[in-house]
Structure formats: C-alpha cells, structure tokens
Write a protein of this length. Sequence first.
Length: 605
Amino acid sequence: MLKLPLSIGLTRPMILGLLGLYLLGTVFEGIGLTILLPVFQLIQSGETAADLAEKSRWWGYLVDVYSFFGITVTVPVLLITSFVAILFRQLLIYVRLIYSSYIKFTVIRRIVDRAFRAFLRAGLGYGEKEGMGRIVNDLTTETTSAVEGAITSITMVSMLMLAAIYIGILFALSVEMTFAAILVMGIASAPVIYFVKRGRKVGQLLVIANSALLNFLSERLKSARLVRLSGMEEAEYANMREHTSEQYKQVMEGNILRARATVMIEPVTVAAGFAFLYFGVRNFGLSLEQIGLFLVIVIRLIPVVKELANVRYSIGNQMGSVQRVLNRLASLEEAQEVDTGSKTVVALTDSIQFEDVSFTYEGIEQFALRGIDLVIPAHKVTALVGPSGSGKSTLIDLLPRLRAPSGGEIFFDDTPQSDFALNALRAAISYAPQNPQIFNVTAREHIQYGLPDADQAAIEKAAKLAGAHDFIMDFPEGYDTRLSESGGRLSGGQRQRLDLARALLKPAKILILDEPTSQLDADAEARFREALERIKSETDLTVIIVGHRFATLSVADQIVVLQTGRVSESGTHAQLMRRGGWYAKAYRRQHQAGEIGMVEVHQST
C-alpha cells in the first residue's frame, strides 16, 4: 500500500509522520469512546468506582491510574477525560490537515521542478514528438491528481488502523457479534470492489480526456487570429464542446460510481446495528451499557467504512494519473541530451567545418540533410538560402547540438564538436529566432535574458548596435517599459531589433539569425539590414543568416544554397548570379516581384 506514495515522490519521513498523526488521533478517539463504558456502568450500577474495583480487575486498573494522579473516579471525571481525549484528537486532525497540505504541495513542486529541469535538458525532438499541451497537462492536472492519490493511499492505511481499533473494542465486548459485524461489512463491501475496478478504467479515460482538452486549448489559444480570419469560430467552438463533453462524461461517470459505492455502505451498516441491538439482548446476554457502547462504535464505524469506500475508489480512479506522471518522468529521463564533451572554451579563430554531415528525424526514413561538406569562415557573414524544406533550420540546429548529426562530424577550428561540453558550446553561440519569443517583461529584462547581471551601459550598447535604442527611449518608461506577452505592443521590426539586442548582449563567438526579415516590411527590413552592417563592421562575430529575402543578404560574405538536404552551390552573390543556378533564378523572381526593389547587391569575386 505504501509503495504508491514512495513511487510518486513522498519520502519515508513524510509517510511515517502522516501515519503517526493518524495513529495518535485514532488512539485518542479510542480512549474517548472506551471511557464511555465505565460511565454507563457507574450510572447503571449506582455504586462508586471503589465498589466496582473490588468486583472487576479492569475497574481496579482504572482506579489505580486515576489514583496515581490523586483523582477520584466519578462520572464527571470520566466524561471530562473522554472530552479531553476528543479535543486532543481534533487538535491532531488539525495538525494532520496542515501537514498533509504541506506534503502535497511540496511533492507537487518537486515533481514539476524535476520534470521542467528534465524537459530543458531533453533533446529538441522530445517536445516536438510529445506535444506541449500533453506535457503541460501531465505537469499540472495529472501531477496534482497523482499526488492526491498517493496521500489518499496513506489515508486508507490510517482508516484501516482506526477500523482495527474499533473492531478490537467490539471483540472485547462480544466476539460473536463482532464476527457477525465483519461478515455483514464484508458483504456490503463487495459492490464497492466492483465500483473500484470500474473507477480505475474511468480514471484512465479521464486522463486521456484531460490531456486532449489541454492540448486543444494550447493550440487554439495561440491561433486566435487564424481562427477568426478563417471564419472557424463556430467549428472550433463545436470542437471545444466535444472535448469538454468527453471530459464531463468521464467526470460524471466517476462521480456516479463514487456515489453508488458510498450510499450502499450506510444502509447495510445501520441494518447491522439494529440487528445487533436485537440479538445482543436476546441471544448474547449483553448488558445495557455494553449494547450502548457497541452501538456507539458501530455508528462511528459507518463514516469510517464510507471513507474507506471513497478512499479505495479514489485510489483506483487516480491510478491513471499516477501512471501517467511516472511515465512522463521516465520518458523525460530517457530523452536527456548526452553530454560527451569536456572542453570548456570554444575559441573560434579559423572556421566551422561540416564534413559529410547527415541527419534524419526519428520515424522518417528520408534524410533531412545528407553529405553536407561546408566551411563557414570565422568573423565573416554566411547566408544560408534555399527552398522551404531544404534543411536550413535543421543545419542551424546542429551547430549548438540541439540535434546530433546522424552521420559525419562538425569541427570548430579542427576540434570535433563532440569534444566540447554542451554548456560551453552553447555559450559560444547566440541565436535570434524568426519569431522573437518575448515574455511579459520590461525591455531591459528581455535584453538581459541569458545575461541577467549585465549593466545598463552594456545593455544600451547592444541596443544601439541592433538599432533598438531610439525606439526604446521613445517608450513611456524607456528600458523599464513592460512589453506585454509576445511583445504585443511592438511592431514586427521593433520585436526583431529588440531581440537582436538580446542576442548581441551575450558574449558569444557566433551569431545565428534565423529568417530575421521574413515578416518585415521594406522600411523595417532596411533598418534591420543597417543593424547587420554595424554588426559586421564593429564586431568580430561569425554571423550565420538563414533567409529567403535576398535584400538582407547584401551583407553576406558567402552565400550557401541548400536543396533537398544538400549543398547545391555556394559563393558570393556575383559568383552565384553568373552560374545561373537556383539562387540566380530565385533572386530574379524576387527582383521582378519588387521584393528587392532598388537594392542591388554587388560583390566582387
């Protein structure tokens, strides 16, 4: 029974502490109830405690205990004792509830922290394969349910201990009637076992429904503009209703099963109590006080048995969440990146070399990259161009080892990439994505992301180099202006230049710009190109640009064309135009369409 909480992350001290509080509370409740028997006997006999002590050794023990404290046993004294025991029990319940909450949220926090850390260290393909909605669901809804299930299993152990104490008292009163009570309760529990099995299946289906709903929400909430402009509001609302209806169906079925399990216990237990009252007097010759205490204990057993039924059902219902969380943690551990290198400094002075590099995505036979032989000179600007799906983004992912090559090797100044520690390799590379990922922070905090200790002078230097300083200073609070989620209050060009400032602040050797102007208008693209010219003239960075818009490539010292995962041609703009290959044709198409306009690229051989 305790294997479940241990597997989900509860420690033995946590479990023992919780069980100890349950046990102490159970002991005090047992004392409070047991004291009622001598109370009844004193009232019914009309004798003193001393008189009863001469007739019964149990009364003798009781009188001796109170005499040790200088107290005479009377009805008020016994009632006060019972009341004090119940008060202690309630105090222990209060402490247990607080401690249980502490355990719950401590374990949830540990699981989420562990999973998030593992996710950040997992291979890039893990999130792509699993889906962000399902991962978020497992780290929120299912983790909470799983930990509650683990704590519930401890509750079940405590309920069993309490039931054992009650049954022990019943045995002391009447062995025959207790056996009869156990038999009746066993029969009453049979339907509960059936509902528990059903509840476990419902719990698994609910896990699936929760995951599907959160995945759906995660995708659609990020695509509200697309949904509206596509006129798909009603269709997506219908899809949402399907997901919520399935979730509702499983929740309600689970609650119905729980209700059935609960309501079947009490009538059977009450009927047993009435039967005990009749047969206890008629057949077993119990005294009135024994019958009274027996009934009190049976009545106290009713909520215990009901709670056991609920707890047993809850554990079965939450097993799906437990398994889901354990599977998620295991899969995250399996997906961890392998850091084989030991070199801690990437001193790029000559070039980056790709030698017969290939890559395939998991589950896809076709090569994304195949036989790549390429030299990227240090301190120069290299542009990667080519049709969509040609492998440009995949090649970029290989540089910081976000993906590991399936074959071949990448060298940094003749040192194999695999010789570098991952943190050293990535410290040498700064990256600005196609769609800047701006959090709801200030302009200063965004530029500092990755280098939180940077001072204002360094921040402004990077912003000026990126062409972002002037528009930042036009904000109401300058660098302290909050940007809003995804930088919603910025234009596309401002987001790109602000993110470029973040990339430039990092003391890296290599700057990667992934499609930096794909969503910019002509004016914003011109300003971004000016920023690239400054970077080229004022720094010694090795710049790699992935692009479709050839106007931006005017700063490139080398242009590499990728097609179907291979390098089809490379050279300067002038060289590629003379060859008349894919680049020359694509350039002319853009020029004719007006995307390049008056910008002509003239580079000598």
